[in-house]
Write a protein that binds this ligand. Structure first.
Ligand code: ADP
Ligand code: MG
Length: 618
């Protein structure tokens, strides 16, 4: 058996990323990949793995000192599958180790293993913090650093007190005896597949089977009808909190809230969201046309007794109560509050079939042509009652087998800012790629057609950039390189939501006009120097392209480097080290971010996650 250094037994080992436990408040915590090894006594993490031969221990946690093993609210870090290990140091200080696993199964396995080993610890706590410290506060309960843990643990040694962690492994499930899981529908859903059930907002369901991540089998608690529905359309009743209200936008940015309210154009229309600058604080964003149409933002304050208030004459114990009072009395606000008429937009349905990516063309009803690009024609279509876009791949442009293999991977990529791939029709030629349909077409055309209203509308333009960045940060986390990021490959939905499309397609193109950097179709103007020189693609070359995309957004769809020919661009970028000029109305701080994306050393460019933080700190 492999050792952990002192011939200890290895129970589990894998690469995971770990958040630095930086004591200095002013440095940004970063995440590093470490090789984690679990023995019966310790969790040890190393630089490098067993094979690499240069493995160096970076730290260890004694399992006997572990106080809690729990998940973390996914929204606090821009990362999936994070869990935490709380333990006491030798100085009896409470320390939290945050670790991100690569997949949900991987996280659940680690949770399961760790919990088995610490289950008998006398120091085990029955509460923990579901968030992390930001500023000087916990994101979950807004308490100061020393405040008692706020969230009840989801398991104890053989005595479950709440829900198990999301989708635990089957054997962990029987041991932890979950209580039944009741969820509430947040959006309406019309059944697509014969095995589906419809959801109506606010209805309650019992989850019968949640082994598939995105499609759960549920039973309507009123009607008793059973079937599949998308898991991103429901939320657990126990933790639903503000999510049950149409006016709550969660982690939406200030820019997103403004765009949302400007679209509704109703006097007094409002939303509540988590403050981006002050974690744990809520912000009310309010639309008013009094002087001119504008959105104002107010922090919802809390007094020493924990009451929420916007003005001193109305104080309430809960935010919904406070909102209710202000719907009847402006009391210090410019107008009375009116909830939005169209609530939050329903998320994308995660593909119509659980795990089926081969789509029968007979189920597709092809409609009008949407456009055509280098891969062929794109048509609007219906897959049963679901709107889809169908990309018909021009024959000979793709190495088809490679692509079909990759399509399986791509169907598993899911993010609100990525065009969802639903599947492929690969039995006949041409191959069809079936994706989510976005009503407002490509971002490039959208910017060009609306340049008069958009130019100098910096909040909206920044919101677009941020949305693309969120999608790219997800791809970066999944270690997926886009290779062809540009405004023409992003799409705009009915409510101004922006999604990144065409990811991963570029790799399978066989057309040498496209594949070589000398080819006429190669996206030279978006390519980083190391791509032009050595065809070296990475997430960091995606970051370079993202800088160019920001430039396209802030110039409302101008062609980068104007009419300059590709050869001239290569000379400017590679030999002379030139970069694009600041677009006319672009704020300096935004242009500075572009400049950082165009650092000549790939490693010096910020990661997508860093860019999100830079924008949020503004
Ligand atoms: P290119 O990226 O080379 O411009 P594409 O083949 O990706 O070409 O797309 C061509 C056009 O089809 C786009 O400009 C857009 O207008 C339209 N289109 C592509 N995908 C979608 C979609 N999912 N929803 C709506 N329109 C789309
Ligand atoms: Mg495209």
């Amino acid at each position: 058996m492999a050792g952990t250094g002192k011939n200890e037994e290895v129970l589990k080992e894998s690469f995971m990323t770990k958040r630095s436990q930086n004591k200095r408040a002013f440095t940004h915590p970063n995440w590093k990949e470490r090789w984690f090894v679990l023995s019966p006594e310790n969790l040890i993490y190393y630089d490098g793995d067993k094979q690499s031969g240069r493995r160096k221990e970076r730290g260890r946690v004694k399992l006997s000192e572990v106080v809690a093993v729990e998940c973390v609210d996914t929204e606090v870090f821009h990362r999936d599958w994070v869990f935490q290990l709380c333990y006491s140091s030798e100085e009896n200080e409470q320390i939290v180790l945050y670790i991100a696993a690569a997949t949900s199964q991987e996280r659940d396995q680690w949770l399961d293993h760790l919990r088995r080993l610490v289950a008998q610890n006398p120091c085990l706590s029955d509460h923990y913090h579901n968030g992390c410290i930001k500023g000087n506060q916990w994101t979950c309960c807004k308490g100061g650093k020393e405040v008692a843990a706020c969230t009840r643990v989801t398991w104890t040694n053989n005595n479950p007190v709440g829900q198990p962690t999301p989708s635990p492994t089957p054997d962990a499930r029987s041991e932890m005896m979950p209580q039944r899981k009741v969820v509430v529908a947040l959006y309406d859903y019309n059944a697509i597949d014969p095995g589906d059930i419809p959801l109506r907002k606010h209805e309650e369901f019992e989850v019968i089977e949640d082994t598939q991540e995105y499609w759960w089998k549920m039973k309507n608690l009123q009607t008793g009808v059973e079937g599949f529905a998308p898991s991103n359309y429901v939320r657990e009743k126990e933790t639903i909190g503000l999510h049950q209200y149409d006016w709550y936008l969660g982690d939406a940015t200030r820019q997103r809230a403004e765009v949302f309210l400007m679209q509704q154009e109703r006097e007094g229309c409002f939303v509540v969201r988590n403050s981006t600058t002050n974690s744990g604080i809520y912000t009310l964003s309010l639309f008013s046309k009094r002087s001119h149409p504008q959105v104002k933002h107010y922090h919802i304050k809390k007094d020493s007794e924990g009451n929420y208030y916007l003005s001193h004459n109305i104080k309430c114990q809960t935010i919904p109560d406070l909102i209710f009072r202000h719907q009847h009395n402006p009391a210090g606000l410019p107008v009375r509050l009116r909830p939005p008429t169209h609530g939050r937009h329903a998320p994308t349905i995660p593909g119509p079939h659980p795990d089926k990516w081969e789509i029968d063309p007979n189920e597709l009803n092809l409609l009008e042509e949407l456009g055509s690009g280098q891969f062929g024609v794109v048509r609007h279509g219906k897959l049963r009652n679901l709107d889809v876009a169908v990309k018909m791949m021009k024959e000979g442009t793709m190495s088809e087998n490679d692509f079909i293999e990759e399509a399986q991977v791509m169907t598993k990529l899911r993010h609100p800012n990525l065009v969802q791939l639903y599947g492929v029709c690969s039995m006949y030629r041409p191959i069809y790629i079936v994706t989510e349909y976005l009503k407002n077409g490509s971002l490039l055309n959208y910017l060009r057609s609306k340049d008069k209203v958009l130019i100098n509308n910096n909040e909206v333009l920044l919101d677009m950039c941020l949305q693309v960045c969120e999608g790219m940060a997800y791809l970066e986390r999944q270690k997926f390189i886009h290779r062809d990021l540009a405004a023409r490959n992003c799409l705009v939905g009915a409510h101004g939501e922006i999604k990144v499309g065409d990811f991963g397609l570029a790799r399978h193109v066989v057309d040498d006009e496209y594949t070589g950097s000398g080819g006429a179709k190669f996206p030279i103007k978006w390519a980083a120097p190391e791509v032009l020189n050595f065809m070296r693609f990475s997430s960091k070359s995606d970051v370079w392209a993202y800088g160019v995309l920001m430039w396209e957004v802030f110039s409302c769809g101008k062609m980068p480097y104007g009419k300059a020919k590709n050869t001239e661009v290569v000379e400017m970028v590679v030999q002379k080290g030139c970069v694009l000029d600041k677009p006319r109305f672009c704020p300096d701080n935004v242009y500075n971010v572009m400049r950082r994306c165009w650092d000549r050393t790939p490693e010096m460019r910020p990661a997508f996650n860093d860019i999100i933080r830079i924008f949020q700190d503004e």
